[in-house]
Design a protein around this ligand. Structure first.
Ligand SMILES: [Ca+2]
Ligand SMILES: [Ca+2]
Ligand SMILES: [Ca+2]
Length: 185
């Protein structure tokens, strides 16, 4: 059983990626996320940057969401997602496969966030992502303040990987990664 804290965080994660608020995470949600971000960045639909972003979001669906579609109906329900999350968290510390999968997912999301590809996430890059998924700039500011551990003005890849892992598996109410989306309530 997921603890209340982990259940809240994973429910938040699910709703963030259910962009059209249909109650299911589907490939179309990830496509919408890519096109929202591209619009905010003024990337044209057939530009190399847009195609690369679209490919990354397709990979996020195929590698990290589709495996949670237990009944194979092409969409992931909250119930399916929480079941898979519970199983992953229970086995996380003993499974290098689960650890590697999480790291791969966090890395590709970092790459998506890092619009100018300089290896660091700025506040404006974080805001773009949050707005693209339907969160607010205020959520982004709250998250950024917690994730930017050394307060140098950027989220480094290491900071992001650590925060993402805390968000997904930590039972600690004080873990800064709990604030990945500003609030998990
Ligand atoms: Ca949806
Ligand atoms: Ca399903
Ligand atoms: Ca950057």
């Amino acid at each position: 059983m997921l603890s209340q804290l982990l259940q809240k965080k994973h429910t938040k994660n699910f709703h963030v990626y259910d962009l059209d608020r249909s109650g299911f995470v589907e490939h179309a949600d990830l496509e919408r996320c890519a096109s929202n971000l591209a619009k905010l960045r003024n990337w044209q639909p057939d530009s190399p940057d847009f195609l690369d972003l679209q490919a990354k979001f397709s990979a996020i669906w195929t590698n990290f969401w589709q495996p949670a579609d237990i009944n194979g109906d092409g969409k992931v329900s909250l119930e399916e997602y929480l079941k898979v999350a519970d199983n992953s968290i229970t086995n996380f510390s003993d499974s290098t496969v689960l650890q590697d999968t999480h790291t791969a997912k966090a890395n590709v999301i970092f790459d998506v966030l890092d619009a100018n590809n300089n290896g660091q996430i700025s506040l404006s890059e974080y805001k773009q992502f949050c707005v693209a998924v339907g969160l607010t700039e205020k959520d982004a500011e709250t998250a950024f303040a917690h994730l930017n551990h050394n307060a140098d003005g950027y989220i480094s890849r290491d900071e992001y990987l650590q925060s993402s892992k805390e968000f997904h598996i930590s039972e600690d109410f004080n873990a800064s990664g709990n604030w990945l989306y500003g609030s998990y309530e």
